[in-house]
Design a protein around this ligand. Structure first.
Ligand code: GCU
Length: 677
């Protein structure tokens, strides 16, 4: 991954050695501080190309010193003040003098702050950037969500089987779990949900609780808490109650007992993630109860142990025979429940009111529930963006969403990032805050199936730490740590990352089109009519291409999903002329002849985007080919193979969509456009 610690260039090596002649841990030796020292030794040895610096007790010239305010009583007052503002996970890095000696100081208020500081210093060293002087996370919960089943199949996973070997656990723990913890801690990720949101009752049986506890033991020194996805009907399905009704005293008692049992085994258990009444999953609505009734019942069981419930807002189900808009449903079900959730419930809102599409406008719930802590749920695994075949850097996508202006305030803002940072929830009171990412990790040797998909795990972690960080700056850091700090590689790699997601949008679903992937697998194109029992599983439901035009009318003349946004934004998007082009067909159904700002017709513009997408895929390939001999042969070949397939995917998408839309529109291809074969 990005913790390669390859030898630096000679001048950087000399500097590094001068800064880390020895390592002095002034704080108590704990599993966490020991991990920090070990990581520094590993990093300095690797990047310095020499032996690991010894751990010493006396502060000498050029020492790398780790300490807290308590362990460094002589720390100067200004640094102490700065440190006191950094909370329980922040750190500061400083070239300073201690006991009259020039040292590099990594200081924090806690052990985990020291570990984060150690990783931050190593990151800056590897990337050749000035270490960030002080940093603390803007969000409290920074979690991976594994969609990993207990049989090790990963739902929407494209990097091999699950890394959690449930069969071998709890006695046998893979050394990869430690590397997983290191990689996550290096980004500040502090929690992980081990199992799929489409959960099974078995995961809450004693055998599986013991297995989860064994994983928790490995992750704990790295500041990572374990959470589990809980199936709402677990007590009923385990035949321990005769209902799962959240208002049944027997059900409430069962969950309380279960929580007590879990905390006896995993004292710092994080809590439950719940997918309820969505895609056939059981939930409180089965008993005519609300999401709040369900979430609060679980929250009451966890509260004595300080556990939390992350209740997903990803819900949709068509009402029989009725024309609905799936994009409206989460808002309709959750907005009326604002302020009705217990204090230890967070509502986890998926990125996009439809489903993790290559591009969606931000979810209208952000900004609409000021009395409820909302977590962002991003998908790191690329279910709809070409799996682990196509390169698509999600940093730019996450950034686009996070910096979206909800226009809920009086003037500008708040942005989605500000909302999840809690600034605008609970009447200004500090709220629980968090971000979750559906993991793209598996047992593949490179962890994520595609070397470039490591960048998405990385970008998620960095943005969870600071949702206002720059996707480009993150890409630069990642590229330097992953391929070496050599501009001949990092510049083209960063350029590839930065153009890649837009390329995918162009060759799959340009101009606000969405969900045209083949049903079930979600990989290739299938814009045509499918014979499915549910209309909302049918791509034609989303693009609405017909003789008269294309696009989903979500304005007042259509489903009016637009009314779920702030009035100022809804007004702006009500008119196609003032709707950002990238969301045009998300909100509007327009004639094929509609005149685009470019001067092209809509039909010609759609084709232009598909052609541009194919050209961009080829461009990625050309840029990578130019790196042959500069990047190591193995990684070069593995990425080159996938890029060949990405170009084919792009062509397939372009040809299938143009051919299909032409069959519907009956229009000739514009001059100079190559007909699909
Ligand atoms: C998508 C995905 C499913 C997943 C669901 C969810 O619909 O295709 O596999 O279970 O999202 O987020 O719950």
């Amino acid at each position: 991954l990005w913790l390669r610690y390859q030898p630096l260039a000679p001048p950087a090596q000399a500097k590094l050695k001068g800064q880390a002649r020895s390592i002095v841990l002034t704080a108590a030796a704990t599993p966490t501080t020991r991990a920090a020292v070990a990581e520094l030794q590993r990093g300095v040895a690797g990047m310095g190309g020499g032996p690991a610096p010894a751990q010493a007790t006396a502060i000498a010239d050029g020492a790398l010193v780790l300490g807290t305010t308590a362990s460094l009583p002589a720390l100067d007052a200004a640094l102490k003040t700065e440190l006191s503002r950094l909370g329980s996970e922040g750190y500061l890095l400083r070239a300073t003098r201690l006991q009259g000696r020039p040292v590099t100081l990594i200081a924090a208020n806690t052990d985990i702050g020291l570990l984060y500081g150690a990783f931050a210093w190593l990151r800056a060293t590897a990337a050749g950037t000035a270490p960030v002087a002080a940093s603390s996370p803007k969000l409290q919960l920074r979690l991976l969500n594994h969609w990993d089943n207990l049989d090790r199949h990963v739902e929407r996973g494209y990097a091999g089987a699950s890394i959690w070997d449930w069969w071998a656990l709890p006695e046998i723990t893979d050394s990869r779990y430690t590397d997983y913890a290191r990689a996550n801690a290096s980004l500040g990720i502090n929690g992980t949900v081990l199992n799929n949101v489409n959960s099974k009752p078995e995961v809450l049986t004693p055998a599986y609780i013991a297995k989860a506890a064994a994983v928790a033991d490995v992750l704990r020194p790295y500041g990572i808490k374990v959470f589990l996805s809980a199936r709402f009907s677990t007590p009923l399905e385990l035949k321990e109650t005769d209902t799962a009704d959240p208002l049944s005293p027997a059900v409430q008692a069962w969950w309380k007992k279960k929580a007590d049992e879990i905390y006896r085994t995993i004292p710092d258990f994080g809590g439950f993630l719940v997918k309820a009444n969505s895609e056939g999953q059981p939930g409180p609505q089965d008993y005519h109860r609300s999401h709040a009734d369900g979430a609060n019942m679980l929250a009451a069981a966890l509260a004595p142990h300080h556990g939390i419930v992350m209740w997903r807002a990803f819900v949709y189900a068509p009402e029989a025979g009725k024309e609905t808009d799936r994009a409206r449903q989460a808002y309709e079900e959750f907005k009326p429940l604002d302020g009705k959730f217990a204090a230890n419930v967070m509502v986890q809102v998926k990125n996009g009111a439809i489903d993790f599409q290559p591009r969606e406008p931000f979810h209208p719930l952000f900004g609409a529930m000021p009395n409820t802590p909302l977590m962002m749920e991003f998908q790191i695994t690329k279910e709809y963006l070409g799996f682990s075949t196509d390169i698509a850097y999600l940093g730019t996508m996450f950034e686009e969403v996070l910096e979206s202006d909800t226009m809920q305030g009086a003037g500008k803002g708040p942005t989605v990032a500000q909302i999840i940072e809690g600034a605008h929830t609970l009447g200004g009171q500090p709220a629980a805050t968090g971000m979750a990412g559906v993991a793209n990790i598996g047992v593949d040797r490179n962890w994520t199936g595609h070397h470039f998909d490591q960048a998405n795990w990385y970008a998620f972690g960095r943005l969870a730490w600071n949702p206002q960080a720059s996707a480009r700056a993150i890409a630069i850091e990642w590229a330097a740590q992953t391929f070496g700090n050599d501009a001949r590689v990092t510049t083209p790699v960063v350029d590839m990352l930065m153009l890649s997601r837009e390329a995918v949008v162009d060759y799959m679903t340009p101009l606000g089109l969405h969900h045209m992937m083949g049903t079930a697998h979600h990989h290739g194109p299938a814009p045509w009519v499918n014979d499915l029992e549910r209309p909302d599983w049918n791509p034609v439901y989303y693009h609405r291409a017909a003789r008269d035009g294309i696009g989903f009318d979500r304005t007042a003349s259509g489903t009016n999903a637009l009314e779920q946004y702030a009035p100022a934004l809804a007004r702006l998007y009500a008119d196609p002329r003032t709707t950002p082009e990238k969301y045009l067909l998300w909100f509007h159904h327009l004639p094929w002849t509609y005149a685009m700002p470019s001067g092209r017709t809509l039909w010609a513009e759609i084709i232009h985007h598909y052609d541009r997408g194919v050209a961009a895929a080829r461009d990625l390939q050309t840029r990578w080919d130019a790196l042959r001999g500069v990047v190591d042969a193995r990684r070069h070949a593995e990425v080159a193979q996938r890029l060949r397939r990405q170009v084919q995917n792009a062509q397939l998408w372009r040809n299938a969509c143009i051919a299909y839309f032409q069959s519907v529109s009956g229009l000739p291809l514009p001059d100079g456009v190559a007909p699909p074969p």
